[in-house]
Design a protein around this ligand. Structure first.
Ligand code: ADP
Ligand code: ZN
Ligand code: ZN
Length: 735
């Protein structure tokens, strides 16, 4: 399309600019990758369109080289549309795609190390994290950078392990093994779909065969076989010569899943996530670009691989909030996948047992096709779900020592729950206790004057973590020892409230012979450490597993028959409009863990409000009724999906400058048809790492194009230095 010598605009993977003009030194198309220099540094960009800088000829630099690879025109449209929607710059979107620094040059030479799993050394947390980093890369040799980035350890830990011989230098750099990620897949005939499953698979299959854009919601209770149905779709698209992306939340990328994939297709999937070595990332990226790798299972960032001829995207657990990226730009990977499919014209399959309100609404209006799986495969029954009214069943205190005079601790587990635990243990079955709160106790307080420990840099309380023996800020990670006396009045301080560590203490006091395991982001540094616990559960080495939401999904423990939810009320009173939906999803998923094998499951919810609609809906298992109620409420409040929201969070390290800037913005706030600009108000967490935060919330009609209004509004006030403005379209997190 463009000849050598033409001047074109090149989009660079860069947050700030919208592209520069360059002269081509070889023919190129729209979307062709080119290498350019900016301020004497090499960058890979893409040909974005006609030159528009108006610079005189002699000021235009030439590209370094035109590469033999490109993005399609629909990919370019996708970048543009994604940028219009999320208000990220096109360059910022391109940066998500071109995130491999040396994608087009020979691999860099770096000293690599292998891990000596036989070395006789004491396993510390850091060493375990390093071992896990190797395991998540099939024990490929790694550079020091890889180890530091993936295991989140310091260089000095790595150096120590090199000295003591646990990390062994390899003779030379790893030569990329040609095609080690290129597999052929075929149906191994290991699974025969039942009638309901076949009917769903056939509808998706027709859409794949027909081509064109469509979205399916594969809606089925846990254990109904959604995975097997979309595996069927994967194979059909693959056999039609297309590429296929299977997106899942990071923690669902389990060994269990991989082996199911392999047993159905005869080869393992190519896996993409944030903990791969630089070499692996490069190999997979290049393999996808060349079209040789056609099936990838990955987290949300896999959507930004340089896909060739995508023919299907599956979004598993479509309701999962991990699809919403919030640090480097704000995008929702599920929605951006659907956008991509609508431009390139292919089907998308969303799978969930608890679909989001947005998706259910799209099914209700006929934009998406709903497909239902109504029974558990193999006739496993759904668990019986009951409440324990905490007003009538106050937990009894417990003692951590046999000494009769030892102090009594306030308990959190009621008598009926303890009875059920005892009975389950007596039957040699397993128990899961769910409480969505990390640490030992969320509050450290003086009983006399009420002083409460807060983080010095953030406006949040410190959580006491007994495992590390310190208080920890969950916003910034700051730690402090618990004060020996109240800094205000000198009296004794104590902890209040219940986290998972305290539940473990209570369990050990009440069931001293039970073997317990704790699962939270503090104890689980990687998927490998989670999988170690999963396999201990499977082999029966754990009797009671206690955990946060990490436990809620994905796993299949045949011998788990009792699930206890310690505080079912937590989350019901969240301040954002999705609180009830998210609580419901979480509890519904947790409940789905019980009774997946031959024994029926039992779920007990401890609550002070057994009549609350969310609790009720979970007990009767009536998801549709609950979602209808929740969505009716949103409809009358004009909340998504019946209205749109954009959040603008303004941060500054000088309070007066921040307040002045926000007041100036408020004074020029435009009128919005069917909506308004609310704020500024202090953000729910006003201070983080010593920066202050204010927020505006912009609401509008579903059909309103709010983005240009917001951009125009913010442009009207000159932004002082040391102010950050973060725009979040369709926010999920309201902190
Ligand atoms: P979901 O994804 O809906 O939770 P899964 O696909 O994980 O359900 O299926 C639950 C269990 O039933 C899995 O162990 C799966 O292998 C098995 N299963 C589902 N459908 C079939 C089938 N048609 N043939 C054999 N096993 C099946
Ligand atoms: Zn005090
Ligand atoms: Zn903090």
């Amino acid at each position: 399309m463009f000849k050598s010598g033409d001047v074109v605009k090149v989009l660079l993977p860069n947050v700030v600019n919208t592209g520069y003009d360059y002269r081509l030194n070889a023919p190129a198309d729209l979307g062709t990758f080119v290498e350019c220099r900016v301020m004497n540094r090499p960058y890979i960009g893409v040909v974005w369109g006609l030159a528009d800088s108006g610079l005189p000829d002699d000021k235009i630099k030439s590209v370094v080289r035109v590469l033999d690879a490109k993005l399609s025109v629909t990919d370019l449209q996708w970048i543009k549309r994604m940028s219009d929607w999320t208000l990220m710059t096109p360059g910022a979107v391109l940066k998500l795609i071109i995130n491999i620094p040396d994608a087009f040059s020979p691999p860099r030479y770096e000293q690599l190390y292998s891990f000596d799993f036989d070395a006789k050394i004491k396993m510390t947390d850091a060493r375990q994290a390093i071992a896990d980093a190797f395991a998540s890369n099939d024990n490929d040799a790694m550079s020091v950078n890889d180890i530091v980035n993936i295991a989140h350890v310091s260089q000095s830990v790595v150096r120590t392990m090199v000295k003591n011989g646990t990390l062994l230098p390899t003779d030379s750099r790893v030569v990329e093994k040609e095609n080690r990620f290129v597999h052929t897949y075929r149906d191994m005939g290991t699974v025969k779909l039942n009638d309901e499953q076949s009917a769903a698979a056939a509808q998706i299959g027709d859409a794949i065969a027909r081509g064109g854009f469509s979205v399916f919601l594969l809606d089925g209770i846990t254990g109904s076989g959604k995975t097997q149905v979309y595996f069927d779709s994967v194979l059909r698209a693959y056999n039609a010569g297309k590429s296929v992306l299977l997106m899942m939340p990071e923690i669902a990328l389990t060994a269990q899943f991989m082996s199911r994939f392999e047993s159905r297709f005869g080869a393992p999937p190519v896996v993409w996530h944030s903990n791969l070595t630089a070499t692996r990332r490069r190999e997979i990226w290049r393999g996808v670009l060349s079209g040789e790798i056609r099936v990838v299972v990955g987290t949300r960032s896999a959507l930004f691989l340089p896909w060739q001829d995508l023919g299907l995207i599956v979004v598993d657990e479509e309701h999962d909030t991990s699809y919403k990226q919030e640090d480097m730009g704000n995008y929702h990977a599920r929605d951006m996948a659907i956008l991509r499919a609508s431009l390139a014209k292919f089907p998308v399959v969303l799978a969930s047992a608890t679909p989001s309100a947005e998706t259910l609404e799209n099914v209700a209006t006929g934009k998406y096709h709903g497909l239902k799986l109504t029974s558990r495969f193999g006739g496993a029954t759904l668990p019986k779900i009951e409440t324990i009214d905490l007003r009538e069943n106050r937990p009894e205190p417990y003692q951590t020592s046999m000494d009769e005079n030892a102090p009594q601790n306030a308990g959190a587990l009621s008598v009926p729950l303890c009875d059920a635990i005892r009975e389950t243990l007596n039957n040699h079955q397993q128990v899961m206790l769910f409480i969505n709160r990390r640490g030992f106790a969320p509050i450290v307080q003086c009983k006399k004057c009420g002083w409460t420990a807060t983080c010095p840099d953030c406006s949040v309380g410190m959580t006491y973590h007994k495992r590390i023996g310190k208080m920890l800020c969950h916003m910034c990670g700051h730690t402090e020892p618990i004060p020996s006396a109240c800094p205000n009045c000198g009296n004794e301080v104590s902890t209040r409230g219940v986290g998972i560590e305290k539940i473990q203490e209570e369990i050990m006091a009440r069931f001293p012979s039970a073997r317990t395991a704790l699962v939270s982001s503090d104890t689980i540094a990687s998927r490998q450490s989670l999988e170690r616990i999963v396999s201990k559960m499977e082999s029966g080495e754990i009797d009671i597993i206690i955990g946060t939401q990490i436990l809620a999904k994905g796993h299949h423990f045949p011998n788990l028959t009792l699930v206890g939810v310690v505080d079912a009320d937590m989350g019901l009173f969240g301040t954002d409009f999705r609180a009830a939906e998210h609580t419901f999803q979480q509890l519904f998923q947790v409940a789905g863990r019980a009774g997946r094998g031959e024994y029926p499951g039992h779920v007990l919810l401890q609550t002070y409000q057994p009549d609350h609609p969310v609790i009720n809906a979970i007990c009767v298992g009536n998801r549709d009724e609950f979602m209808k109620m929740d969505m009716d409420g949103r409809r009358s409040a004009k909340m998504p999906p019946y209205g749109q929201l954009i959040a603008v969070v303004v941060e500054g390290n000088k309070e007066n400058i921040l307040q002045k800037y926000c007041a100036d913005l408020a004074s020029v706030a435009p009128k919005i048809n069917g909506g308004r600009i609310m704020g500024p108000v202090p953000a729910q967490i006003y201070q983080v790492r010593n920066w202050y935060r204010m927020r505006f919330l912009i609401s509008g009609d579903v059909r309103a194009m709010l983005q240009p209004i917001v951009v125009g509004w913010i442009a009207r006030v000159k932004q002082p230095t040391n102010i950050r403005v973060k725009i979040d379209v369709n926010p999920v997190n309201f902190m």
